[in-house]
Structures are given as C-alpha cells and as structure tokens.
Design a protein around this ligand. Structure first.
Ligand code: FES
Length: 104
C-alpha cells in the first residue's frame, strides 16, 4: 500500500481535526476537507482500477469524470471530490484491504 501522500496540506493546518479510517487505519482530515483531499493528504491514491489494478487519484476534481469513486467500508461508493468528509467515515482504497475485510 502506498502511503506517500499525493497532496501536501499547506493551509488550514489548525482547522478542526476530523477522524476517519482508511483501509482499517485511523487517519485525520480537517474540517472542510472533501473525501478526496482527506485521503490524498495521507495516501498516494484513491482507489485501484477494478480491471487493471492501476492506482487512480481522480482526474477532473469537479465531479464530472467519475474517476474518484471510493468504496466505503460498508460497501457503498462515494464520489470523493464532491463529498464532504465527516467524522467516522471509513474507506477502502486498496483491493487487498477489500479481500482482508471480506475474510473478517
Ligand atoms: S475527480 Fe472527476 S468526478 Fe471526482
């Protein structure tokens, strides 16, 4: 799993922390983050292609391309670039994490 963040937070460093879970690991975003911003601030990708396993990180960032869909731990999908991060959200961005979750 790539944990080298794609984004580097430079503003709002003192904003209220928002806890979330990424592949079973506790993470912290900031109030006002989108799901995309929060995940890419702690990881290098949003998801892996279902077909090739290629890592994806969104494309348009304005809700038009559908390249940023992220699976929640509950099995639904959210459009990361246009969904506000809420405390307690849990996401799966690695296919390996899905397999491990399926066997729990
Ligand atoms: S990055 Fe294109 S819809 Fe989210």
């Amino acid at each position: 799993m790539s944990m080298n963040p794609l984004l580097r937070r430079r503003y709002r460093l003192d904003e209220t922390p928002v806890p979330f879970t990424l592949n079973g690991t506790a993470q912290t975003g900031r109030r006002g983050d989108t799901v995309l911003t929060a995940i890419l601030s702690v990881s290098g990708h949003l998801r892996q292609s279902e077909f090739t396993g290629e890592k994806r990180a969104g494309f348009c960032l304005i809700g038009a391309c559908q390249d940023c869909y992220v699976m929640t731990a509950q099995g639904s999908r959210v459009r990361a670039c246009s969904t506000a991060l809420l405390a307690g959200m849990a996401f799966i961005t690695d296919l390996g994490a899905v397999s491990e979750t399926a066997h729990d």
